[in-house]
Design a protein around this ligand. Structure first.
Ligand SMILES: N[C@@H](CCC(=O)N[C@@H](CS)C(=O)NCC(=O)O)C(=O)O
Length: 223
């Protein structure tokens, strides 16, 4: 299998798709397409990207595009237990949380674009950004307090899975933009950022040097 991703520093949907690949434990290659490069702009590097967006998983001639579809496909292929909790009420909440993340939180996503190479010490979040953050904190609290500790592991539904993957880029945003969150949420963010798959992605993102100004937010300090 091969996953096509965009710049690791910026592409939060690529991060989700790639984390799902790592979580599947199946062998795969990573193919990075430099966003906003001449080939990206002309469409030449998007020929095998059905929606023109990253991520795309190619499995022996079959394309699976969109991060959510990649998670669903890999759960079928690698085993649902690697992605979803077993118990029906837990699974219902995990599905709903992932779907809400996939289709929502637009203020947070556009107001605080993922940018792993920078920190924004004086960033003042708009009210609608904080509305999204509060909703996400409530979801995390609901999952962790009801289900998170059942296996003794510190993830949203006990074991690391699809919900943790879908919210991982939110964790990077809370960290980069120093968004005010509760101590519990901050602790969860710290755990996600320290996850070995995240550390692997982060190290590669820090080494990237592609010009990309589309998501420039003032006041960034290079880490
Ligand atoms: N719903 C898609 C969203 C994918 C998406 O928006 N990808 C961005 C990069 S993070 C992209 O490829 N945008 C096209 C562009 O920048 O030209 C998913 O979940 O995978």
């Amino acid at each position: 299998m091969k996953i096509i991703i965009g710049n690791r520093n910026y592409s939060s949907w690529s991060l989700r798709g790639w984390l799902a690949m790592r979580q599947s434990l199946l062998p795969f290659e990573t193919d990075l397409r430099v966003m906003d490069s001449p080939d990206w702009v002309s469409g030449a590097s998007k020929q095998d990207m059905p929606s023109g967006q990253v991520p795309v998983l190619w499995d022996h001639g079959t394309p699976i595009w969109d991060s959510m579809a990649i998670i669903l496909y890999l759960a079928d292929k690698a085993g649902h237990d690697r992605f979803w909790p077993r118990e029906p009420r837990e699974r219902a909440l995990a599905y709903a949380m992932c779907a809400e993340m996939h289709s929502g939180f637009k203020a947070l996503r556009s107001g605080c674009p993922m940018n792993l190479q920078y920190n924004f010490p004086d960033f003042v979040p708009a009210a609608d950004v904080m509305d999204d953050v509060h909703r996400i904190e409530a979801l995390w609290h609901q999952a962790i307090s009801r289900f998170g500790s059942e296996t003794g592991e510190p993830w949203l539904f006990g074991r690391f899975g699809a919900a943790d993957i879908m919210f991982a880029p939110v964790c990077t945003r809370i960290n980069s933009y120093n968004l005010p969150v509760s101590a519990d949420a901050r602790a969860y963010v710290g755990r996600v950022l320290a996850h070995p798959f995240m550390a692997e992605w982060h190290a590669l993102a820090m080494a990237e040097d592609y010009p990309f100004t589309r998501y420039e937010i003032p006041g960034g300090v290079r880490i």
